[in-house]
Design a protein around this ligand. Structure first.
Ligand SMILES: NC(=O)c1ccc[n+]([C@@H]2O[C@H](COP(=O)([O-])OP(=O)(O)OC[C@H]3O[C@@H](n4cnc5c(N)ncnc54)[C@H](O)[C@@H]3O)[C@@H](O)[C@H]2O)c1
Length: 330
């Protein structure tokens, strides 16, 4: 009688669902592996689409001096959306320092020009384009241009984002939609546009810039929290759906970072005191400070590099400890 192990049963169920697995294993009655049986994977849409079996990750024997190489982005093309300034710019700068070629875009030409000048001032030759991330046709066209002019994107950072601070009952549905469009629909549109080429290339890294609001609620940011919470789940879903193609999709959840987006929350009050929100953040953050865009550079390089090849579907909160802390007893 043929013995079929518990593991084999699972394997077969898995094979039936994911028919790209090309062999099955038969065990004899002693539990010894006997033969491999080829499975028919011709009906697999993903196999047909990329016209080659998914590539396996390279096996690595880690030695101490491999560590620098493991974090290197040499030869990689990194596209950071909305990266003329702020967090996206800081992340792109770190990628360039790690060896990557930088592609960025922004919504208006003057922002792109400002970004190009800023990269140049840092000694970085970046490729800048104008594109609205919410416009699917424009994003698809831009991917074609990037692939032609620069090459296939290895690393995508969905960074472009907006926030509207309006009490929920005063917010119009149109305003809510605008935020969801940029902060959630756009990462879907841009990721979808690069994934097929990543599959063909055999690898890809997608990093979604989430937020504390992917986990927490707060007054006046209903649309932003809904979008960033959704982005956390889109991250997990991309990881689930495309992990088998050696694509890792993770998120970074910045804490409160001093950028133009959060500048209104740090404005000095007419009486010279700190903005109440500023005081609140200092009290809520174990690190007792706002973050800088540079605080996100190390985590962003890690998630873009080979060092994170088995990290998939996570949100890495870079928040000075806010999410770990219940706050001081008044
Ligand atoms: N600053 C923070 O404290 C903080 C905290 C958590 C998360 N974030 C997130 O980090 C990301 C970057 O934040 P930031 O503070 O640098 O923001 P920012 O406003 O300074 O920069 C966002 C960039 O996205 C671009 N952009 C906006 N709409 C666009 C569109 N439709 N098409 C193309 N580009 C568009 C902007 O022009 C800008 O260059 C955002 O996703 C934001 O939600 C920021």
């Amino acid at each position: 009688m043929k013995y079929v192990s518990h593991a084999t049963t699972h394997f077969r169920r898995f094979s039936a669902r994911h028919s790209r697995i090309i062999t099955d294993i038969i065990y004899d009655n002693t539990g010894k592996r006997k033969q491999r049986v080829p499975l028919d994977y011709s009906s697999n849409w993903r196999y047909n689409k990329c016209n080659q079996p998914p590539k396996r990750q390279k096996e690595r024997d880690i030695k101490m001096n491999d560590f620098t190489e493991m974090f290197s982005l040499k030869g990689k093309i990194a596209w950071v959306t909305g990266a003329s300034y702020g967090i996206g710019f800081a992340i792109a700068k770190a990628y360039a320092a790690a060896g990557a070629t930088i592609v960025f875009h922004d919504i208006r030409q003057e922002l792109v020009d400002k970004g190009l000048a800023a990269y140049e001032a840092e000694g970085i030759k970046a490729h800048g384009y104008v594109c609205d991330v919410t416009d699917e046709a424009a994003v698809n066209a831009l991917v074609g241009v990037i692939e032609k002019e620069v090459g296939v994107v290895d690393i995508l950072v969905n960074n472009a984002g907006i926030i509207k601070r309006i009490p929920m009952c005063d917010m119009t549905a149109e305003q809510f939609r605008q935020v969801v469009d940029v902060d959630l629909n756009a990462p879907f549109i841009v990721s979808k546009a690069v994934i097929p080429s990543m599959i063909k290339k055999g690898h890809g890294k997608i990093i979604n810039i989430c937020s504390m609001m992917s986990e927490l609620g707060r007054e006046t940011v209903s649309a932003y929290a809904a979008a960033k919470g959704g982005l956390k789940m889109l991250t997990k879903n991309i990881a689930s759906e495309y992990g088998e193609f050696n694509i890792q999709c993770n998120g970074i959840g910045p804490g409160y970072i001093a950028t133009p987006q959060t500048a209104p929350l740090r404005e000095t009050q007419p009486d010279g005191s700190r903005h109440p929100f500023d005081q609140f953040i200092i009290a809520k953050t174990p690190a007792a400070r706002w973050g800088n865009p540079e605080d996100l550079q190390g985590p962003a390089v890690f998630l873009a590099s080979d060092a994170s090849d088995f990290v998939n579907g996570h949100i890495l909160y870079v928040d000075g400890g806010i999410l770990a802390y219940i706050g001081k007893q008044p």
